[in-house]
Design a protein around this ligand. Structure first.
Ligand SMILES: CC(=O)SCCNC(=O)CCNC(=O)[C@H](O)C(C)(C)COP(=O)(O)OP(=O)(O)OC[C@H]1O[C@@H](n2cnc3c(N)ncnc32)[C@H](O)[C@@H]1OP(=O)(O)O
Ligand SMILES: CC(C)C(=O)C(=O)O
Ligand SMILES: [Mg+2]
Length: 555
């Protein structure tokens, strides 16, 4: 039994803000992104990134198009310090990229941070200290005024160092850590105080980064807090409002999106949502959520598997197979009704006159992220007729007639039920070949044939057959090749059958394409069998399909 929560946990103390306007808004453009993988992500890893992993991650972020990258906490360790030096001294930071570094509001750490930054072209210098009551009481043992004094002293020291290094383009960033847990009016007061030290202007704004350092409320409350801050902060036009959501309640994405409605301009987060505890907000999800709504995210994930592979390698952490947009299973449907809808969606797409993506169960085109359609449908015992039909269509160009889809699906269902496992495309193909006579191991096989068209309604057919290994030649007549073949086979096998269904199509589009025929025969007992055959010409494939179907009666 769980402990009684009523005596252990308190509900989040929401503040009334009925003037909120964010619920009536929609997101129309991408925010400014800042990737904090190499700092917030890095500080949460089992083994923090070494130099090589940091370089790899940095290059990946640049490849993806991030223009603001928090590269580390230079005063934390020599690795961090030396990495920043390496970037600067080797001129590895593209001109359109600004590096960001974090420091606590402690003089010795600030001093060391500026040592690391000597010679940098453009830097966001990011200072933080916790401000919520629980932190003031437990961690700092300071009053509100004392915390403000600590922040302002740090801001002043940062400002002094910047003045001494005028060749660098500095942007100030202040994070009232644990903003979302703090009293809103205190959060505004401390940010106003820091802003008054840094004196930003509309031309030279500073960043105020509002973190849910530990996510503690529903995302609507976070959005209220952001809108409240944006509308009550007196120098709103001189600051860029950034948010930094964590994912403790699993709602960081929602919190980030709602905070954009509420007035935020910028988002700090990590690829794949790495970060302290349950992670920072996932920038890939946020960006692709925008993309799938027709909004250019201004970052590029056209090869998502490559991105995931590098992040996995650098973080030494796995990726969940259901991770949005990235996981191995996110573009795969196993269930019958999903498969049916997706298959119909692709058929409709071939005919549609507009370019919009309208695909049941697939909110984004896997091809946009560099993924193939191969795994869009996978087959197990939850699958329906469209599943196996899709696999044959995608891999072999086979367009099963509807009744054969149903019948083949029953064959597959029996197999998957028995094994309890997925059937691979190769297994589905070999099942199909065995079931409908494409392996060439049948009672009846065709050696040769000759057709004479005596009149429009009379065809003479000479068939050289192999029946159980013995060669026989027979002649028959009918009003077409198949009726002549039927006459021959009825006589030879003594099976009284008739052709119920016949379909054929070409495989491939070139002039030397092969032909595939599907024939369903039924006997007097009401039993029916399908035969399928592929041949260079249509007469060959139809006669072979007929033999393959009739072979089954003989068995
Ligand atoms: C929410 C966040 O992600 S914040 C970012 C956190 N990231 C990291 O901590 C990673 C890098 N940090 C480190 O490597 C180390 O913490 C260091 C090297 C920076 C500092 O190490 P230490 O000097 O041993 O200090 P430590 O980290 O234990 O800090 C505790 C002290 O700093 C104070 N402190 C903590 N945060 C802050 C802050 N933001 N501003 C000012 N003081 C702070 C604490 O009150 C405590 O003070 P006390 O010793 O007077 O009680
Ligand atoms: C340093 C700050 C921005 C932080 O990482 C947090 O509050 O989560
Ligand atoms: Mg954080």
């Amino acid at each position: 039994m769980l402990t009684n929560p009523e005596t252990k946990y308190r509900p989040f103390n929401a503040f009334p803000f009925p003037e909120r306007t964010w619920p009536n808004k929609t997101i129309t453009q991408a925010p400014i992104w800042c990737a904090v993988d190499m700092r917030d992500g890095n500080q949460s890893l089992i083994n923090p990134m070494d130099h090589d992993r940091k370089i790899k991650f940095f290059n990946l972020l640049i490849e993806c198009g991030f223009k603001q990258i928090e590269v580390g906490f230079p005063s934390a360790s020599d690795t961090e310090f030396n990495f920043v030096r390496h970037l600067i001294e080797n001129n590895l930071i593209p001109d359109d990229v600004t590096i960001q570094v974090l420091t606590a509001a402690r003089p010795e750490l600030i001093e060391r941070t500026f040592e690391a930054l000597k010679g940098a072209k453009k830097v966001v210098i990011h200072v933080y200290n916790a401000i919520a009551e629980i932190f003031r009481r437990i961690v700092f043992n300071k009053s509100q005024d004392e915390i403000i004094e600590m922040s302002c002293n740090a801001a002043q020291l940062v400002s002094d160092f910047c003045e001494k290094n005028p060749d660098t383009h500095w942007t100030f960033e202040y994070s009232p850590e644990n903003f979302s847990l703090a009293e809103m009016d205190f959060a505004i007061r401390i940010c106003e105080a820091v802003t008054n030290v840094w004196k930003p202007s509309e031309q030279r704004p500073m960043i105020i980064n509002l973190p849910s350092s530990v996510e503690s409320s529903t995302p609507n409350i976070f959005a209220d807090q952001i809108e409240y801050f944006c509308t009550h902060f007196t120098q709103r036009d001189k600051v860029c409002i950034s948010v930094h959501p964590h994912n403790d309640r699993g709602t960081a994405i929602a919190a980030a999106e709602l905070s954009l409605l509420a007035g935020a301009d910028r988002i700090e987060g990590c690829l794949l949502g790495n970060g302290e505890r349950t992670g920072n907000v996932d920038l890939i999800i946020l960006a692709l959520n925008l993309y799938s709504q027709g909004i250019n995210p201004n970052v590029d994930f056209h090869d998502i598997k490559h991105v995931a592979a590098v992040v996995k390698e650098c973080n030494e952490l796995p990726v969940h197979p259901r991770h949005p947009y990235v996981g191995d299973l996110v573009f795969s449907a196993f269930s019958g009704s999903h498969q049916d809808a997706i298959k119909k969606g692709f058929q409709t797409r071939q005919k549609q006159e507009h370019s919009y993506w309208e695909m049941p169960y697939l909110p984004i085109d896997p091809a946009d992220l560099g993924c193939s359609y191969e795994a869009v449908i996978r087959v197990n015992s939850q699958s329906g007729k469209s599943g196996s039909a899709w696999v044959l269509q995608q891999n072999h160009g086979i367009e099963l007639p509807p009744h054969l889809q149903r019948e083949f699906s029953n064959v597959i269902q029996e197999k998957t039920d028995q094994s309890g496992h997925e059937l691979t495309p190769a297994e589905i193909w070999s099942t199909f070949r065995e079931e409908y006579g494409l392996t060439g191991q049948n009672k009846l096989t065709l050696q040769e044939f000759n057709v004479e068209q005596n009149s429009p309604n009379n065809t003479k057919l000479k068939l050289a057959l192999n029946i159980d290994g013995k060669k026989t030649t027979m002649i028959g007549e009918g009003n077409g090749v198949l009726s002549a073949g039927t006459a021959i086979l009825k006589e030879k096998t003594q099976v009284d059958f008739r052709i119920e269904e016949y379909t054929e199509h070409t495989l491939g589009k070139s002039s030397d394409s092969r032909s595939i025929s599907y024939i369903k025969c039924s006997n007097k007992k009401g039993e029916s069998c399908w035969g399928v055959a592929i041949d260079n010409d249509i007469l060959g494939s139809s006669l072979k399909a007929l033999l393959n179907a009739v072979s089954k009666f003989i068995k």
